[in-house]
Design a protein around this ligand. Structure first.
Ligand code: ADE
Ligand code: ZN
Length: 333
């Protein structure tokens, strides 16, 4: 029954890596199309390889997977497939990450991937009515100079990029490393977000707040370690885009019943539910809602509050946020 309610809920997704939506079937199709060798013989082999014990183990497999993406058509197909699934889950709005350096480092130019993704967003908006924003992430294991070059490469496309973000290997690459490039992005009119507190301690979340001037924290699991930070997050309502099934798969938590999303919600933080890299973590957005409702005994009104948060935390206009809030509230009466 709760499954039907989750399906019916209008939702926004705010933490979703487009490269993380590459399903094994498409991985094989694109590898054949582009004559890229894969270390897998079958879909079953792929599923075997998707057992991770840390973020880094996942990232190694994920970057290898992304190497089959070569042409504008590939990026169109990837993005359109995700948006088709998203619309079918009643996701009304999605703010998607992409990693330019994963592609430019392999010689795929910015306009190839960006134009493919942008065309798919337009097609999906026309066909399904889903709205989208694109967020360009810098890979934090690479240098600040490389991030700065990526920002320069993005300038011809800046009007279609709402924000810059920060992802990849967290520990050892604190937010401060990217303070200057984020300042430049802000001065150019981009909003900012950053992955912080996924595997690293709460200091990294403070770093993203103080040095990157973020509008949201992506993950933020480790905020529970720091009472001052919790008080700050309640007071400012700075959102956390949390990803329960991702955290389970990457061993950030040992069991979903120990995930802090429900306790943070009850404390009054603005937390949201997201799928991160659904092709790798065993579930899209509705599966994440269903998993936490079961593991953490969340009721329909809690899930509705989380869905309202997803719109509140988005980069949509206030009128659109209010429209979704009213639509969700009406489902509860
Ligand atoms: N890139 C894709 N998924 C990621 C995650 N969960 N953390 C950091 N970087 C990522
Ligand atoms: Zn992520």
């Amino acid at each position: 029954m709760l499954e039907d309610f989750i399906q019916e809920l209008p939702k926004a997704e705010l933490h979703l890596h487009l490269e993380g939506t590459l399903e094994p079937e498409m991985l094989f199709e694109l590898a054949a199309r582009n004559k890229v060798a894969l270390p897998y013989e079958s879909i079953a082999d792929v599923h075997d390889a998707y057992r991770f014990s840390s973020l880094q183990e996942f990232l190694d497999v994920y970057y290898r997977g992304a190497s089959v993406l070569r042409t504008e058509q590939d990026f169109f197909d990837l993005t359109y497939a995700y948006l088709t699934r998203a619309a079918a889950q009643n996701i009304r709005h999605t703010e998607m990450f992409f990693d330019p350096q994963t592609h430019t480092e392999r010689g795929v130019p910015f306009e190839i991937f960006f134009v493919g993704m942008r065309e798919a967003c337009q097609r999906a908006r026309d066909e399904f009515g889903i709205s989208t924003h694109l967020i360009m992430c810098f890979l934090r294991h690479l240098s600040a100079e490389q991030a700065d070059q990526t920002l320069t490469d993005a300038l011809p496309f800046a009007q279609d990029i709402i924000a810059v973000g920060l992802d990849s290997s967290e520990i050892g690459h604190p937010p401060e490393k990217f303070g200057e490039v984020f300042e430049r992005a802000i001065s150019l009119g981009f909003k900012t977000v950053a992955h912080a507190g996924e595997e690293a301690p709460a200091d990294y979340i403070w770093g993203a707040i103080n040095h990157l001037r973020v509008s949201r924290i992506d993950h933020g699991v480790s905020c529970s370690e720091d009472d001052d930070l919790l008080a700050h997050l309640v007071q400012t309502q700075l959102p956390l885009t949390m990803c329960p099934l991702s955290n389970l798969k990457l061993k950030v938590v040992d069991d979903l019943s120990n995930h802090n999303i429900a306790s943070l919600y009850k404390l009054g933080l603005c937390v949201t539910v997201n799928s991160d890299d659904p092709a790798y973590f065993g579930g899209y957005l509705n599966e994440n809602y269903a998993a936490i409702s079961e593991a953490l005994a969340l009721k329909a009104r809690d899930l509705a509050a989380l869905a309202i948060n997803s719109f509140e935390a988005s980069f949509l206009k206030d009128e659109e946020k209010a429209r979704y809030r009213n639509e969700i509230t009406a489902l509860l009466v």
